[in-house]
Design a protein around this ligand. Structure first.
Ligand SMILES: [Zn+2]
Length: 254
């Protein structure tokens, strides 16, 4: 396959939120830890017991919104272009657990059933003020697509500042610098198991209509990794037609 002439020059934009409230660094850290623990306990086919899951689906959806939308006191403003990158540096364990949760759901059945089933129902300990705070906002009935799209945006932003050589150096390093730790899990799916990356993106797009999943595949193509062509053999053959149908439907609605 020929090399693409240009990489995209437009940095994916962080979503904007109307809410204007602040959280302390301690609240931000606790929220990230709670999400990480929940993702670890609900990773598809995880050995961790579900009882170790501190946050339900609604609470994670709320936490994910606040993670992207809030201003954390002492950190970059939420509208700053480096805001999310700073968040990834501050919370590499969260970003690694989140990406593993997202991409380990790599079949239509896993995305349709396991992803939401394991995050339901609410058994959260709301005597914890942080957990109670994450139950104070009214969330959409099914928060899974929003959670997944947020994670795909995280991955897209991480990939924008990467190339195959950088990722390869990271995967071979004995000890990672603080700013590279966020790439540990993503590197595995880009360089070691790209078929699962492709399968997961296809299933999230097909079953949950996560448009950002297709953006990830676009970024993956731009990386031109050695196994890229082989990985795309795992692509669900229904996806190209589905993309065209959804684009057509969007035009009709307008
Ligand atoms: Zn709950």
């Amino acid at each position: 396959m020929e090399a693409l002439p240009n990489q995209s020059s437009v940095v994916p934009a962080a979503p904007r939120y109307e809410e204007t409230y602040d959280t302390s660094e301690a609240e931000d850290k606790e929220s990230m830890q709670l999400m990480r623990q929940s993702f670890k306990a609900t990773i598809f086919a995880s050995a961790s017991p579900l009882s170790e899951r501190p946050l339900c689906l609604d609470a994670i959806a709320c936490a994910m919104n606040t993670a992207r939308g809030n201003t954390v006191i002492g950190k970059l403003p939420r509208d700053h272009p480096e805001r999310l990158s700073q968040m990834f540096n501050d919370h590499p364990k969260f970003i690694n657990a989140a990406i593993l949760w997202l991409l380990s759901h790599s079949s239509d059945d896993a995305v349709l059933h396991s992803a939401s089933k394991d995050l339901l129902p609410c058994t959260c300990d709301t005597s914890n003020p942080c957990i109670a705070m994450l139950h104070s906002a009214e969330m959409p009935p099914d928060g899974i697509p929003g959670i997944a799209d947020s994670m795909f945006i995280f991955v897209e932003i991480m990939l924008f500042s990467s190339d195959t050589q950088k990722l390869d150096r990271i995967i071979k390093a004995d000890r990672l610098k603080r700013t590279k730790r966020r790439y540990e899990t993503l590197n595995h799916f880009i360089l070691v198991d790209p078929r699962t990356l492709v399968q997961a993106a296809c299933s999230w797009y097909k079953v949950r209509d996560c448009a950002e999943a297709i953006s990830i595949l676009t970024r993956f193509v731009e990386l031109r990794t050695p196994d890229m062509d082989t990985a795309f053999q795992a692509m669900d053959p229904e996806i190209p037609l589905l993309i065209v149908q959804r684009a057509f439907d969007a035009v009709i609605v307008r």
